[in-house]
Design a protein around this ligand. Sequence first.
Ligand code: ASP
Ligand code: MG
Length: 420
Amino acid sequence: MKVFKFGGASVNSIDRIKNVGKILDQYKGQKLLVVISAIGKTTNALEKVAEAFYTDKKEEALQLFEQVKQQHLTTAKYLLVTNYIDCENQLKDFFTEVDWLLHDKPVREFDYYYDQVVCVGELLSTCIVSHYLNEAGVKNQWMDVRDIFRTDDNFRDANIDWGYTQNKVTHEVKPVFNSADIILTQGFIGSTDENESTTLGREGSDYTAAIFANMLDAESQTIWKDVEGVMNADPKQFSEAQLISELNYTEAIEMTYYGAQVIHPKTIKPLQNKQIPFYVKCFLDPSLPGTVIGKNPVKNLPPIIVLKDNQAMIQMKSKDFSFVGEKPVGQLYHLFEELNIKPNLTQNGAITFTCVLDDRPEKLEKLALTASDVFDVDVMKGLKLLTIRHYNKEVFEKLTNGKTILLRQQTPETIQVLLQ
Ligand code: ASP
Ligand code: MG
């Protein structure tokens, strides 16, 4: 049994959806659990719907949602003949759920509504792709992952209930393979014990796939992307980026931790825990070898470069010249947890604590405001955080030449600098 995940870019046109069929056809006779994301930029579009709804712009929300509906109906029309009516009916059921909600007035917190609206993207895409594949002879069983993945109600960043979900996977997913070769389902979404939809954080489909791989004891997991595999830098930022054909779990988890976008950071652990080989392959050319991530140490890795834009540096200096010791630092971390802030870099001095964060203005303001009770707070924005693993002098100098370094942290393996 293998687990596959196809991202939004792999289903963002009629041809690409057909291409998913061609790829799956090459695995005929094998058991596959296939996770598919929302089509193209649907998740972003649905975020706009939720925002409009929550800011009392009902008409705008309905109109934006209408566009999402039409795009999906059009895609279904192009792809389907015999299954069109069935598909349309299923799509309309999902539309109705959201339409009902949009006609209400928001009374709960934003994140709750966000999840009820945004989760529909994956339901629509998998519904269309499943009907298309069945019509094209790639027989598959569609499944609503919300019936399997139980989470808490930490909307937009929900946590999996592992015990409950494992039980469902064992008793409700596994037996389906007795009668079907392919199970097709959604990533990124789940549901609470009160049947409210939840999401696992943006780009969370990789993570869903990894949880399935773990719970089904899959022989491997593959994510199909529009790049050749894992590169040593983002090819959109660095034209000389090169393919890394082999990596191990440790290296992969470090890269994603520092912000490499290629894989969702939570994906590695469930695979590592069961030593499941993880492939990153190119859906545009499945004959390319891609990258394999496994347990074996890999030598001679090139420098791995991660550049994060839009960073803010916050400096907190104690007002009364007292040391920034365990207590205030503990309080700060408590505040991070409360605001769900993950600092990208921290540095502690005698009377100052400095941290670097993604610039999310609402969170930064709250943090700065609360911290200003005890500290003098200084915020600097518009910065870049450069991380290089397996750095050498040459690469470091090339990437920092002529730039002002505001902060630097270094171990024998990794160097991080905050650039202006
Ligand atoms: N559709 C979701 C997103 O765009 C989840 C995913 O693609 O992994 O964030
Ligand atoms: Mg995606």
